[in-house]
Design a protein around this ligand. Structure first.
Ligand SMILES: NC(=O)c1ccc[n+]([C@@H]2O[C@H](COP(=O)([O-])OP(=O)(O)OC[C@H]3O[C@@H](n4cnc5c(N)ncnc54)[C@H](OP(=O)(O)O)[C@@H]3O)[C@@H](O)[C@H]2O)c1
Length: 238
């Protein structure tokens, strides 16, 4: 599996990651088999959130990684922008993932400037992120948003090490400004929804579109071993 440097985090992650939403759908034992097959194929970047599947995404990832924690990069998120909520969410993630550190903690669901300002305020989630960095509970801090103006501001601020934003063949607005801006600021770029949440059916088109950009990590949501192997073959063959 090829790797890509996740911007200034310095983390070397597989050229394709694995998004944590669809693994909440099958039975747990089947989801764990998909995750373990991903590890066997060299996928080492797993993106999840404390609330996906009411916590089942993180729990399944935690179980699949038993004994292999050191070989992977776990990225998770909180959707809460206030200190108290973000702190609770971080502790919940650590518990659910059954780990004592998170490689990349993303402040997520930052849909508006109001939320962005709140998370950066003295009572905001960013304070918890900085404390967690000092305590070693978190290795790096990123941001995740669907709002282009917030994304541009966050990248330009220099506060975060990664940005997660929707980017695919259909929703390709990021190509013009955001992807080059992230590169300029040496920020890792995680492409959310490579299949446009399942609207794009052709994996070859979906993945090859994103592989054109050398500084991004596609983060497809994968439910089955067949989907996984198809995507990994495309990446290995590119
Ligand atoms: N930060 C945020 O706010 C946020 C929001 C959403 C998602 N995310 C992250 O981004 C990840 C990706 O988003 P997503 O899962 O919603 O969307 P996605 O990756 O665009 O789409 C996932 C869907 O693509 C289809 N697919 C997967 N592999 C395929 C293959 N080999 N061939 C054809 N179709 C295939 C499947 O849909 P069918 O089963 O319908 O075929 C699958 O459920 C999430 O898992 C999550 O980690 C983050």
């Amino acid at each position: 599996m090829k790797t890509v440097r996740l911007g200034k985090t310095g983390l070397m992650v597989s050229r394709v990651g694995m998004g944590g939403i669809p693994i909440t759908r099958p039975q747990e034992k089947d989801a764990i088999k998909v995750l373990q097959r991903a590890l066997d194929l060299g996928v080492n970047f797993f993106d999840t959130a404390s609330g996906y599947g009411l916590g089942s995404s993180e729990k399944r990832i935690g179980k699949a990684l038993t004994g292999r924690r050191d070989t992977v990069v776990i990225a998770t998120k909180t959707g809460l922008v206030d200190k108290k909520g973000a702190s609770r969410s971080l502790e919940r993630s650590l518990r659910q993932l059954n780990t004592d550190y998170i490689d990349l903690w993303q402040l997520g669901n930052v849909t508006t400037f109001e939320k962005y300002e709140k998370l950066s305020s003295s009572n905001g989630a960013l304070k918890i992120a900085k404390e967690a960095l000092q305590l070693g509970k978190v290795g790096h801090v990123g941001i995740s948003t669907h709002n282009m103006a917030v994304a541009v501001e966050a990248v330009s601020s220099g506060i975060f090490e990664t940005i997660q934003f929707p980017f695919n063949l259909i929703a390709d607005e990021a190509a013009e400004e955001l992807v080059p801006l992230a590169k300029e600021h040496d920020m890792g770029f995680i492409a959310m929804k490579p299949f446009a949440a399942g609207q794009i059916k052709d994996a070859n088109l979906a993945i090859k579109f994103l592989l054109q950009f050398d500084n991004i990590v596609p983060d497809p949501g994968i439910e089955t071993i067949e989907e996984l192997e198809e995507i990994v073959d495309i990446v290995n063959g590119s």
